[in-house]
Design a protein. Sequence first.
Length: 708
Amino acid sequence: MARRATADAGSLAARDELRETPPLPVIRMLGALPAPVTRALYRGIDARFGQGKAYAGFQMSHLGRLDLADFGGAGFTARTIYSLPTWGICMIPMVTVVETGARTEVVLCGDDAHTAPARRFLDAIGDALVPPEAVLRGRDTSPEVYLVPRFAEVATASPDRVALSEPGREVTYAELFGLAGGVARQLTDRRIGRGDLVGVVAERSVAGVAALLGVLMAGAAYLPLDPGDPDERLRGILGDAGVRVLLAPRPHDQRPLGCATVVLDDVRPAPATPAAVTGEDLAYVIYTSGTSGEPKGVEVTHRNLAAYLGFALQEYEVDSATCFPLFTSLAFDLAVTTLLPLLAGGRVVLVPEAPNHVNLERVLTGSGVTALKITPSHLDLFHRLGIRPSGIRLAVVGGEALTGSLAAIARELFGPDCRIVNEYGPTEATVGCVVHTYDPAADTGATVPIGRPAGTTSVHLLDDQGAHVAAGETGEIHLAGAQVARGYRGRPGWSFTRLADGTRVYRTGDLARRLPNGELECLGRADAQLKILGHRVEPAEIEHALAPHPAVERAVVVARGQVLHAYLSASAEVSEKDLAAHAAEVLPPYAVPVSFVVLEEFPRTANGKVDLRALPGPSPVAAAVGEPVDEVLAAVLDIWARTLGLPAGTIAADSDFHRLGGTSVDLLAMIAAVDRELPGVALADHLAAIVAAPTPATVADLVRDAQG
């Protein structure tokens, strides 16, 4: 809502044709009054309003909710609508309200509309629409920290300190600064700089970290890409983002992605002066799953990032003794937290290979890490693998809902001296913006609260009409503050909107309520968006990806637990294998459904929509009676049943692990159990073979080969 006090005719001097006056008989009547009477009348009105008292009457008009598109035209786009003020002699106050989208304009006009009481009247209306007590505000006590200047400052002050560690190699700050300078030099030689976006096929390696820093040193913004994503998806994202240059290590430099490629392996250290940027310049763009069926790129500026870095460095007490491990993809903003030590003289331990029980135990117990940024799924994995990390003083958990039982497990894993922080924040609000430190005595509910807004962040809980909800009631989280991203690259940001008072917010789609202690409890989604092992997944994107298949008429995707299943109507006979191969060509691995069920017709609700609850579950392959089972296969089948929580005898040798409901985390737990229980086996070395054919028969064959 815009708080506008429209004064008398003097404010309209340049537009006299807009002035309205009372009808002529009224003017004649007032003109016939003796001058002393007229002056007394005005003095009485002024005195009454000056004392904060109201007029005997007022007029209010509501012009309704108007569509801005109706007021645009060629070369002109309307952004808001104001009602024209009226003015007249001895006129009672007039209040006019007009609504446009999420914005409300209230215009007050009258003889005394320019006075302080009139403005207090407008403020009272504003407070009624946006109650101050209904807004949760962060404690804005941390300074903005711009990444490149801070990293350059640390590298200059501590050139010989170790910045990055990977198996068999340690890299100092001076060396990392030089490698980043070499990347920056390669880009500037190609006239890439401020305003440009550079793609980075982001490995968890020294070269990958240097690439991100080098792009920022050149003044450009980086677009991190997961090397595990299919070529078609990466080409689509690079084309949509308008990327001209890609940074990639071998062998990814040979992938046909449609960009000029700088091979990171060939980049040599070079001195470079970081380019000057402003807070409004882009720092990075991360593509997330989109409701329209296409991925959408979230544009994060340097000011957005600086607000998060300032808050996180202070909130998590990051210093030169802090050491984070990096075992997740650089293509997700979870990695931004992991790189915080580079801004404080600390260290980052890189895990370049795919995580498994062997390398995770090595990193978490023997590399000196003191802090973690993980998802709840990671916590569950550590517990199931039997890993007991040592020396962990901080665990920042985000990406999914943190249950009370899992938080208690984390407390047991890391010990009472470890601070466990539940961090909430979508990519559109720069990594994390609401935090809560787990308290085992107080946090006894099903889920751990997400807490209070951090830094400059404000949280508005709104109902479906855009009104603030009362404490204890459920509302949708709308985020405001310096961390809210610029918008979506090349797309209208319908989720970025404004409240009635003009505050710019991001509409998250997450539901929450305010607890009696003022903290927030997250209550799930207001839409169909899913979280699969920490990854944001829109079913519409998967359905859109399946649609081009010539046999697919319609697709519906649902999640059962942490596993995706696709249901289709088909115009021709088609195999699951064919559909899975088609999906794997265009979707990231975590978004490929584990089963494809062809239906003659979809079950419908009474109003004709697809009844998701009535869709049949996938049919696992049951063990055939008399199926030959040797000692090795029997042991594998027993481990599978325990891992998946299924009855013995219900799994066949050719059953697919994921169709049985197993996630990638479950798969790692199963492999660890086989290695632990069967002598002479190291299945972690054969992860790719198991992922390609996740059946008990495959695992049993690998066990037999290992045992000779």
